[in-house]
Write a protein that binds this ligand. Structure first.
Ligand code: ZN
Length: 652
C-alpha cells in the first residue's frame, strides 16, 4: 500500500498456501491499528495468522482457509501514530489515536472518520468532530489523508468480498450503517446472522454503532467498504470488532486470551468470503435413549458464505461400535449463498451398550466433495447417567454462593414449592452482575460426558439484560458462557445443554448462573429450578469382553505328539440359551497348538446367559454344556471344552 503522512510504508501481507501471486480465490482483508492506541487489534490479527500457519494440514478449517481463500493482513494501518506512541511511551500506554498530520496548531486526523463518500463523511448525525484538535477530527475533506487514500486505492485495486477492521475495546461487534444509524442496510438480515454467529463463543455485544459503542459515527470505514468502493453495487461485507474490556493497553497476561476471544470470529469471517456451509441446528429426537433403541439426528445447515457451495456432503458417522448409522452421508450438488437444507440420519443403539453411557456421532460438513469445513462430535445418551448434582431448591441455598442477591423464593417454582431467583424482592437492579455459583466443584473426570439441565423462566430487557449460564473447568478461576437468554419467557421451560467440551474432563467443574444488566430498564429477572448434572461414560470401540477357552479341534489333534497339528482359526458364537438359540455375537481367534487355548473378544452382546459355540472350518458346531453360561459384558470369562461333559453337539 502507499505510505503514511510521515512517509512510512503501510505493509500488507498476503496469506494463502500460494502467497506469491493472486490466486483468484475469494479475498478477505483484515486490518488493525487504524487507531494508534489500540495494539490488541494488531495482536489478535497476528495470533490469527499464527494459528493459520501452525495448523495448516492439521486443523481442517485452517487448511481449508489457506487452500481456498486469499487473505490480506494490514497489521499497522496508522504507523505514524503507533511510532508516536512508542516515542512518548516506550513501555506502552501511549494514547495517541489519530494520524500525525500537522493541522497547524494541532496534529492528527481520525482516520476512521475520514472515509467518504461526502454524504457519509458529512452526515447530520455529527458522528465526528470538525475541530482539528479533537480526537475524532474528520479532516478537511473525505479521503484527505494519505493513509485513507492508500486504503481506497488498495480496496479498489482488489476484489474483496469481506473486510474486518479491528479496534479496541468494549467486546463489541458492529455492523453498518454508521452514517444513518440506526437505519438498517439492505443486507441487515445477513449482517444480523453474521453478528450472531461470530459472537457465539465470545458473546460480544452486537449492533450498529449507537447500539454498541453508544454514539454515532460518520466517515467510518465500514460504510464506504460496504457501499462505495469501485465494486459497488457488489457490497463488501464490512464489520468492526472492538476487542477487550480493560482498556487500550491490556496487561501482558491479557494479550493472548483477548486474541483467543477473536479466533473463531476471525475464522468465520475468513470462511464467509467464499462458500461456507455452517450448521443451523443439530437435533436428536430425544434427550436420552435406551440401549437397543433407534432414533434420528436432524442436521439443519445453511451456506453462510457469499458464494455458491459446490458438492456439499453432510456426513454423520458412528464413533462407536455400539451405534449403527446405516446411511452416513447426503450429497447436495450445490447450495447458493444463504440457501439452507437439512439431513436426517437414523441410528440404532446396540442393546449391548450399558445403560447410563454415551456413544459419539461424528458430524462433518464437506465442500467440493472432500474439503472439511465443519466438524462436531455429538453424544447420544442412554439412561440418566450418574447424577452428580441435583438441586430442586427445596433444601435451601446451601449448595450455592451469591455475590449479590440470589436466593430461594416460593413466589415461583417448576416443582413445588421453591425455585432460585436473582431478585427475590422485586425487580433486579441496573448495572449489576449478579451470580449464583456452585460452592463445591464436581469431579467429572471418570464420566466426562456432561449434560447440564434446568428449568427456567425469565423477564429481562430484551437485548440488554442477559441471563448467562457459565461453566468453569478450573474451580472458578476462568468461566465460559455456554448459553445466554434475554427478553421474556413466562412458561417454565427445560434446557438441556451438553457442556462436555467446556467441562473438559475436569475434576473441578463449577457452574454459575449470572444475571448481567445494563444501566437502564429493569424487570423481574430469572427463576431457575430443578438443576441437574448428569454424567456419562463414552463408549468408543474399546470395551472388550473376553472369553478364554480351552478346546480341542477334533481332526487336528495329533495323538502321538499330544498337540494340535497346526495353529488354526476358530469361530466362536454366543447363542441364546433358549430356543431358537439365536446367534447374539460372533468372533474369531487363533487357538494355540500347544496349550489348546484361545482368547475370544466380543463387543456386542449384553450381559446374559448364552451357549458358547465353537465352529472350526466345516466341522459341526461344538456347544457348551446344557443350560448355557453366565456371560458378563466387559468381563473376562473362562470355559474348558475338553471334558466330555462340557460339550454336546446334538442340540439343533
Ligand atoms: Zn478504534
Amino acid at each position: 500500500m502507499d505510505s503514511s503522512v510521515e512517509n512510512r510504508k503501510i505493509w500488507t501481507v498476503r496469506v494463502s498456501n500460494s502467497p506469491n501471486a493472486p490466486t483468484g480465490r475469494p479475498e478477505i482483508w483484515f486490518h488493525s491499528l487504524i487507531h494508534a492506541r489500540e495494539p490488541e487489534s494488531m495482536e489478535q490479527n497476528v495470533y490469527f495468522m499464527y494459528w493459520l500457519f501452525e495448523n495448516y494440514n492439521i486443523d481442517p478449517v485452517a487448511t481449508y482457509i489457506l487452500k481456498n481463500r486469499e487473505l490480506y493482513f494490514t497489521l499497522v494501518l496508522n504507523p505514524d501514530g503507533y511510532v508516536y506512541n512508542e516515542t512518548t511511551n516506550p513501555s506502552g500506554g501511549g494514547l495517541w489515536r489519530k494520524n500525525r498530520k500537522n493541522n497547524g496548531g494541532s496534529y492528527g486526523i481520525d482516520l476512521n472518520r475520514n472515509y467518504g463518500i461526502y454524504q457519509y463523511w458529512n452526515s447530520s448525525n455529527n458522528g465526528s468532530s470538525t475541530v482539528a484538535s479533537s480526537d475524532t477530527y474528520r479532516g478537511p475533506s473525505p479521503f484527505s489523508e494519505p493513509e485513507t487514500r492508500a486504503v481506497m486505492k488498495f480496496v479498489n485495486s482488489r476484489n474483496f468480498s469481506a473486510i474486518l477492521g479491528a479496534h479496541t475495546y468494549g467486546n463489541l461487534l458492529i455492523k453498518p450503517w454508521a452514517w444513518q444509524d440506526p437505519i438498517p442496510t439492505p443486507d441487515d438480515a445477513k449482517f444480523n446472522e453474521y453478528l450472531a454467529d461470530m459472537t457465539i463463543y465470545n458473546h460480544f455485544t452486537i449492533g450498529t454503532p449507537s447500539q454498541t459503542v453508544g454514539y454515532k459515527v460518520r466517515g467510518g470505514a465500514d460504510d464506504w467498504y460496504y457501499n462505495d468502493s469501485v465494486h459497488s453495487p457488489h457490497r463488501i461485507i464490512a464489520m468492526t470488532p472492538e476487542i477487550g474490556t480493560t482498556g487500550f493497553w491490556p496487561t501482558q497476561a491479557e494479550i493472548i486470551p483477548l486474541a483467543q476471544s477473536m479466533l473463531f470470529t476471525n475464522q468465520y469471517f475468513a470462511m464467509i468470503g467464499g462458500a461456507y456451509v455452517y450448521p443451523v441446528s443439530t437435533t436428536l429426537n430425544k434427550t436420552v435413549y435406551s440401549p437397543g433403541e433407534s432414533g434420528t439426528l436432524k442436521i439443519k445447515f445453511r451456506n453462510k458464505g457469499l458464494q455458491t457451495a459446490q458438492n456439499v456432503k453432510i456426513e454423520c458417522t458412528s464413533g462407536s461400535y455400539y451405534l449403527n448409522v446405516p446411511i452416513t452421508f447426503y450429497n447436495y450438488s450445490s447450495l447458493s449463498s444463504f440457501a439452507g437444507d437439512s439431513s436426517t440420519f437414523g441410528f440404532t443403539i446396540s442393546p449391548a451398550l450399558p445403560n447410563n453411557s454415551a456413544v459419539p456421532v461424528l458430524i462433518k460438513f464437506k465442500q467440493n466433495d472432500s474439503d472439511v469445513v465443519y466438524t462436531e462430535t455429538k453424544y447420544i445418551l442412554t439412561g440418566n447417567g450418574s447424577v452428580t448434582l441435583a438441586d430442586s431448591a427445596e433444601n435451601g441455598f446451601g449448595k450455592w454462593t451469591t455475590n449479590l442477591g440470589w436466593a430461594v423464593t416460593s413466589s415461583q417454582s417448576h416443582t413445588p414449592s421453591n425455585s432460585f431467583t436473582d431478585s427475590p424482592s422485586g425487580n433486579y437492579t441496573d448495572n449489576s452482575t449478579n451470580s449464583m455459583t456452585l460452592n463445591l466443584p464436581v469431579n467429572v473426570s471418570s464420566s466426562p460426558i456432561t449434560l447440564l439441565s434446568f428449568w427456567h423462566r425469565y423477564s429481562t430487557e430484551a437485548g440488554y439484560d442477559f441471563c448467562n449460564v457459565e461453566v468453569s473447568s478450573n474451580n472458578g478461576t476462568a468461566w465460559q458462557t455456554v448459553s445466554s437468554y434475554n427478553g421474556t419467557l413466562t412458561t417454565w421451560t427445560q434446557q438441556n445443554i451438553d457442556i462436555t467440551s467446556y467441562a473438559n474432563s475436569s475434576s473441578q467443574l463449577k457452574i454459575r448462573f449470572t444475571l448481567k444488566t445494563d444501566p437502564s430498564v429493569t424487570s423481574d429477572g430469572w427463576y431457575i429450578d430443578d438443576i441437574k448434572l448428569n454424567n456419562y461414560t463414552s463408549y468408543l470401540n474399546s470395551v472388550n469382553t473376553t472369553v478364554n477357552l480351552k478346546t480341542i479341534n477334533e481332526g487336528f489333534y495329533n495323538t502321538s505328539l499330544n498337540s494340535l497339528n497346526m495353529k488354526d482359526t476358530v469361530t466362536m458364537y454366543l447363542r441364546n440359551s433358549s430356543s431358537p438359540y439365536a446367534i447374539i455375537d460372533s468372533t474369531e481367534t487363533t487357538v494355540d497348538s500347544l496349550t489348546f487355548t484361545g482368547s475370544f473378544v466380543f463387543r456386542n452382546a449384553a450381559s446374559g446367559n448364552y451357549y458358547y459355540v465353537l465352529k472350526h472350518r466345516n466341522s459341526i458346531e461344538t456347544w457348551s454344556k446344557a443350560g448355557g453360561e453366565a456371560y458378563a459384558f466387559g468381563g473376562i470369562m473362562s470355559y474348558d471344552f475338553t471334558p466330555r461333559q462340557h460339550r454336546h453337539t446334538e442340540i439343533i
